[in-house]
Write a protein that binds this ligand. Structure first.
Ligand code: NAD
Length: 263
């Protein structure tokens, strides 16, 4: 089995990564950074987001595992003290994997620039560079609302516990193939009106954001930030691609939600 390790780069994560390599040397693993079957991310959720973007061109052939060296993560759910059992479980292939939905974003430009296709594991947010963010929100080709406020957050089910949650969005089980649109500080008064609630769209529905006047935006995709100019439209839907997580023990999603937010 071909394995790649991505680490956060801090001392604790590098120590854990070195230990992993040592344990793996007792089995028939091949370290292969370019074409791994398994990517072990050592650090936190941010490290797994980085690993996802590094290997998003080979999602069909790669499964991810996260080890956390800080607090319990949503993606990084193995403890450094469990490394030996993780390596033994990995060596006893075939392993079971679960697939989680991803968000596909396509940005089209009015200046002839080639369209941009983006995959997000957590979410994509869109805000204005300056001033109030104003955008027409179309769902399935029909105008739904003209949004005015700070921005919009479009998240995946596994990303629903991240930024989306801080915006009052619902937590969605990742077995649901959907995306969620959450508002950031919408302006609601006698003149301007938005729905005010997070929306959950099934995989058959597409949401299109169309600029009303300002065409320059700040977009974040997971941990990354990008400035977009001359935007014609931003299309969001559930991606055809999925991410696979290698599962060696049961750790139900709702237990992770409870352990992260309640206990
Ligand atoms: P970071 O270092 O600022 O960490 C953000 C926190 O989000 C960390 O505690 C991380 O464990 C947690 N997190 C990441 N993915 C999660 C998930 N799917 N479920 C629950 N918690 C999760 O930034 P980072 O590590 O580079 O992560 C980028 C993510 O930060 C973005 O994708 C976004 O979701 C999140 N974020 C959250 C807020 C907010 O809650 N107000 C604001 C900006 C970004």
């Amino acid at each position: 089995m071909k394995v790649a390790i991505t680490t956060k780069g801090d001392k604790a994560s590098n120590v854990v990564a070195a230990k992993l390599i040592e344990y793996m040397s007792f089995y028939a693993f091949e370290m292969n950074e370019d074409n791994p079957d398994i990517v072990i991310s050592v650090g936190g959720d941010g490290t797994l987001l980085y690993a996802f973007h590094k290997y998003k061109h080979r999602l069909r052939d790669t499964a991810f595992v996260g080890v956390h060296t800080g607090h319990l993560g949503f993606y990084a759910d193995w403890l450094p003290s469990e490394l030996e059992s993780l390596v033994i479980a990995l060596a006893n292939t075939p392993f079971h994997s679960v697939k989680y939905p991803l968000l596909e974003v396509i940005v089209r430009f009015s200046n002839g620039e080639k369209e941009l296709k983006i995959l997000a594991l957590n979410e994509c947010t869109v805000k204005s560079v300056e001033g109030t963010f104003v955008i027409d929100v179309e769902i399935r080709g029909q105008l739904f609302e003209t949004f005015r406020g700070d921005g919009l957050c479009i998240s995946t089910p596994s990303g629903s516990t991240a930024y989306n949650k801080a915006l009052g969005g619902a937590i969605l089980h990742p077995s649901i193939s959907a995306i969620q649109i959450a508002e950031m500080a919408s302006i609601n008064n006698r003149v301007f009106r938005t729905v005010g609630s997070p929306l959950i769209l099934p995989s058959t529905h597409t949401c299109m954001l169309k600029p009303v006047s300002d065409v320059n935006f700040i977009m974040t995709v997971d941990h990354m930030r990008k400035e977009l100019n001359d935007v014609k439209s931003i299309q969001c839907r559930v991606a055809d691609e999925t991410i696979q997580f290698a599962r060696f023990r049961p750790f139900p999603f709702w237990n992770r939600v409870r352990d992260s937010f309640i206990r």
